[in-house]
Design a protein around this ligand. Structure first.
Ligand code: C5P
Length: 276
């Protein structure tokens, strides 16, 4: 890599459970969420440059802003230095898997690497509610409005992610949720590995799933298609949707399920992955 250039991986974020526990006076919702990160994602490349620029490449580049509206750009500005950013986009945007927030967090990590100094950690949630957890980029419990992050040790989980290609605006999903004060997550088993984690996850929820389905019924079809795959242990929506996931006991079973779904629904974005 040329001097003055660095890259960072921006993994997909998956909310394995997402409980909405209240609402603040300013309208933001209080969350309690178990988050893990996939081995699929976007890649950010930064190059030292006299002025800011952003180029978006890759299979999901269409429609991604290439100016100061992009969270990568906003994240780089927080660092106070100009860079030429290339964002290689593989994750669907506005899909409940933290694409923009993970890109912003990867930009902060890459900026820190490029300039050999730590990135500013204040008010990261104002960039996007998922940015703080995305700077951790491995298993964590997220609470507050997304600004409290507690890293966790979790066994890797094997998953399939599916996005049916519909937009579900996050503010609208929160608005459609009628009961704001729901119980938080129960304590998870810190031993027993992946099987115990999956058993525990079955007793948790995503409170945004029902309101997202009310807005985009195809999410229910996506969950049903995942639930029908061989070896599926748990099926749920991530974030405010529309991406849904299913968990499997091993990677081979997850990959077979992804292949099965790709042939049934070639127009859906489908990938097998490992969550950490
Ligand atoms: O921060 P982010 O862009 O992900 O949030 C999108 C929208 O989702 C916010 O403008 C807000 O309407 C809603 N939101 C919320 N409570 C949170 C996070 C997001 O109400 N904790």
């Amino acid at each position: 890599m040329p001097p003055g250039t660095t890259t960072a991986f921006a993994p997909a974020k998956v909310n394995l459970a997402l409980h909405v526990t209240g609402q603040r006076a300013d309208g933001y919702h209080l969350l309690d969420s178990l988050v893990m990160f996939a081995d699929v994602g976007d890649t950010i490349t930064l190059r030292d440059a006299p002025e800011m620029s952003l180029t978006v490449t890759g299979p999901r580049a269409t429609g991604v802003p290439t100016d100061a509206r992009n969270l990568c750009w906003k994240a780089a500005e927080r660092f106070g230095a100009a860079v030429a950013i290339t964002l290689d986009k593989h994750l669907p945007a506005a899909a409940g898997i933290g694409g923009g927030s993970s890109d912003a967090a990867a930009t902060l990590r890459a900026m820190a690497d490029l300039y050999n100094r730590s990135f500013p950690t204040e008010n990261l949630a104002t960039l996007g509610a998922d940015v703080p957890v995305c700077t951790v980029a491995h298993a964590a419990r997220m609470s507050g409005i997304g600004d409290h992050v507690l890293p966790l040790t979790m066994a890797p989980l094997h998953a399939v992610l599916v996005n049916p290609g519909v937009d579900v605006p996050t503010p609208q999903v929160f608005k459609t949720l009628t009961t704001k004060a729901n119980p938080p997550m129960t304590d998870w088993p810190d031993h027993g590995g992946a099987p115990a984690a999956i058993d525990w996850l079955q007793t948790q929820r995503n409170d945004l799933q029902a309101p997202a389905i009310a807005l985009q019924p195809v999410i229910a079809d996506t969950l049903a298609a995942l639930a029908a795959t061989t070896g599926n242990r748990l099926t749920r929506m991530s974030g405010s949707g529309a991406t849904c996931f299913a968990l499997y006991d091993d990677r081979t079973t997850a990959e077979a399920a992804a292949t099965q779904l790709q042939s049934l629904h070639p127009d859906w974005w489908t990938t097998a992955c490992t969550l950490r």
